[in-house]
Design a protein around this ligand. Structure first.
Ligand SMILES: *[C@@H]1O[C@H](CO)[C@@H](O)[C@H](O)[C@H]1NC(C)=O
Length: 295
């Protein structure tokens, strides 16, 4: 019994080392906002699964009035109640960003002046600025801006990123498609160092960079190597569908992710974790729950 009360120090050290060995090496980021049945933003954060949540999307911007589209969650102009959810997330150390663009939507920057005015708008309405009396997400100050630009028009996103950087400290992240270079956000990624790049390894041509259904990760790993060696960014995340329903292709079963894919990408480049599309599908499939110990 005495041994239980005072374990030899060396045993205690081994136990501590074992615990450290189990610590996650990376984080999970998730998109929230495009499905009214996915639960609230606070619900997502309260799962404890995520380090980053991207509110999606500011689906219209540039040359006119920007529109926040949170699908079934709230009507544009009636989303300020999410301010307390944002604070609930931030109190847990979770970074909350606003994502620009998305697959639908109508957006684009026509000039560097246009980029500057969008930067001013974002700063005053979602970030640390005080120049707006009608902040769409209320008083909460978001941690940064995510560029999910998918419409093939890359003009002036470098100007927008630089103008945002000049406003004050914030996270700048981007979600390019996996074929390199990305048609939409590629030029900005070459011009401006982003904090995090979550590469979308889904909904893309099978032969170029996707995980194939027969378990072959060669194209994905080659693409990961290309991205992480060609772009100057703080961290890179493997962007994945959270279920077979979340995307038309690219789903990696949890056991294959943890068994073969993560070991292949973790040692290459500045690995930061995985990004999931989206919270709705993650909630249904419990993907995070099944992989988070290995991310
Ligand atoms: C998610 O999966 C993990 C790991 O298998 C399990 O421990 C957890 O109970 C699951 N959560 C839900 C809500 O099913």
């Amino acid at each position: 019994m005495a041994a239980k009360r005072c374990w030899p120090p060396v045993l205690a050290l081994l136990l501590i080392a074992g615990m450290v060995g189990n610590t996650r090496a990376g984080n999970i980021a998730v998109y929230w906002g495009q499905n009214g049945d996915e639960g609230t933003l606070a619900d997502a954060c309260n799962t404890g699964d995520y380090a980053y949540v991207m509110i999606s999307f500011l689906s219209s911007f540039g040359n006119g009035s920007p529109v926040l589209n949170l699908a079934g969650h709230c009507n544009p102009g009636d989303c300020a109640r999410y301010s307390s959810d944002i604070q609930t997330c931030q109190q847990q150390g979770i970074k909350v960003l606003l994502s620009l663009g998305g697959q639908g939507g109508s957006y684009g920057l026509s000039s560097s002046d246009d980029a500057n005015s969008v930067a001013n708008y974002l700063w005053d309405n979602f970030l640390g600025g005080t120049g707006s009396s009608s902040r769409p997400l209320g008083a909460a100050v978001l941690d940064g801006i995510d560029f999910d630009i998918e419409n093939g028009n890359p003009a002036h996103y470098d100007d927008l990123a630089n103008a945002l950087r000049a406003k004050g400290p914030m996270l700048l992240t981007a979600a390019p498609q996996c074929p390199f270079p990305d048609a939409s956000i590629g030029p900005a990624l070459q011009a401006v160092p982003f904090d995090i790049v979550w590469v979308q390894f889904y909904n893309n041509p099978l032969a170029q960079c996707q995980y194939s259904a027969n378990g072959d990760d060669t194209d994905l790993v080659n693409s990961w190597k290309k991205w992480t060696s060609s772009v100057n960014a703080g961290k890179f995340y493997l962007g994945l569908p959270a279920s077979t329903d979340a995307a038309s292709n690219g789903y990696i079963p949890p056991d294959q992710l943890t068994g073969t894919v993560l070991p292949a990408v973790k040692g290459v480049g500045s690995y930061g974790g995985i990004m999931l599309w989206d919270r709705y599908n993650d909630g249904k499939n419990n993907y995070s729950g099944q992989v988070k110990g290995s991310v």
